[in-house]
Write a protein that binds this ligand. Structure first.
Ligand SMILES: NC(=O)c1ccc[n+]([C@@H]2O[C@H](COP(=O)([O-])OP(=O)(O)OC[C@H]3O[C@@H](n4cnc5c(N)ncnc54)[C@H](OP(=O)(O)O)[C@@H]3O)[C@@H](O)[C@H]2O)c1
Length: 298
């Protein structure tokens, strides 16, 4: 039996869909029904349900975007730094291995030679190495908290996208925002991430940090060219002149744009498609997300 925390959220619903479709025994645990931030309650539930693996897709993301975290700091710290530690306590006591959905947004840019940051590089977009957004700082603190625990996978995803047109899908965002910032990033194909993360429960590679992005990186302009060639024929996308204009007119806290190296994931025997291939696959399968998800998650 797999426990899925945050199964009502954008990432969690992708897990829920996959687990249901494949008939994998699981339970979506909602805060409203079980206070999973209370280690004693979570421990009792893990034992009662004989849980074999837990996925934590719960956390604070900020709505409509990470700017919200600048005004909801306590909630953000609780969801991203305190909650993972509480879950870790319960899982360690129950001896349940688990995976935590972390984020690669704790880095900015790339290594000096242009290559991606590896799991050995300390975050450079965090409270310890600023400047950063409050959201990114809280995610880096969450990783620090979990570093003390032995049997947890920390899956660093970045700017998730897939084939379902949905307000939370990065490709949908690019189609809907009036103006875009051109930047180079590593991204995560959600449709590949979910089965690949579940493969951790089967293969049980070494616990620890994993950059969970599709190999390579891509610029916003490269993606809009793909969109204009497929689902938005001929669309002329508008861009900010530079990051300074974006910050002045559209954002209140800096954004992470970064390149990650995902070779540790590959070495664990869990390959993802190269990023341009993954984007083309998502656009080839493009369709609306289930209606019940769009309203409740936008
Ligand atoms: N979406 C992204 O672009 C992205 C990118 C990188 C990393 N991540 C990480 O992936 C995880 C899930 O993201 P998501 O986009 O699926 O988030 P989401 O749609 O906001 O859902 C998060 C879920 O977490 C639960 N939760 C528990 N404590 C919470 C708290 N203090 N504040 C808010 N929600 C709380 C809620 O479920 P219940 O109330 O039902 O229990 C909620 O449905 C987060 O840790 C996020 O940092 C997301």
């Amino acid at each position: 039996m797999i426990y899925l925390l945050g199964g009502t959220g954008y990432i969690g619903r992708a897990f829920h869909r996959h687990l249901t479709r494949h008939g994998i025994a699981h339970r979506v645990v909602r805060r409203a029904e079980l206070d999973y931030a209370d280690p004693a309650r979570l421990l009792a539930a893990l034992r009662a349900d004989r849980v074999t693996f837990l996925i934590n897709a719960a956390g604070y993301t900020g709505k409509p975007n990470v700017d919200a975290a600048e005004h909801q700091k306590a909630e953000c710290l609780f969801g991203n730094a305190v909650l993972p530690g509480r879950i870790a306590e319960a899982c360690a006591s129950a001896r349940v291995p688990w995976g935590h959905v972390s984020s690669g947004c704790i880095y900015q840019g790339a290594r000096p030679d242009g290559s991606g940051f590896t799991e050995l590089d300390p975050p450079n977009f965090s409270f310890r190495a600023g400047p950063c957004s409050f959201y990114s700082g809280s995610k880096a603190l969450g990783e620090e908290v979990l570093a003390a625990y032995p049997d947890v996978y920390q899956w660093r995803i970045r700017i998730p996208f897939d084939h379902l047109d949905h307000p939370r899908n990065y490709l949908s965002k690019l189609l809907r925002y009036p103006r875009l910032l051109d930047a180079r990033n590593s991204l995560t194909h959600l449709a590949e991430f979910v089965p690949a993360a579940l493969a951790f429960a089967e293969k049980r590679p070494e616990p620890g940090l994993y950059n969970f992005t599709n190999p390579g990186s891509v610029t916003t302009r490269e993606i809009t060219a793909l969109l204009a060639a497929t689902v938005a024929p001929g669309r002329d996308f508008a861009f900010f002149a530079d990051e300074a204009e974006f910050m002045r007119t559209a954002a209140s806290t800096p954004r992470s744009n970064c390149v990650l190296d995902s070779s540790k994931l590959l070495a664990a025997g869990i390959p993802l498609a190269p990023i341009h291939e993954a984007l083309r696959a998502a656009l080839a399968a493009w369709r609306p997300a289930p209606r019940d998800e769009v309203g409740s998650l936008s």
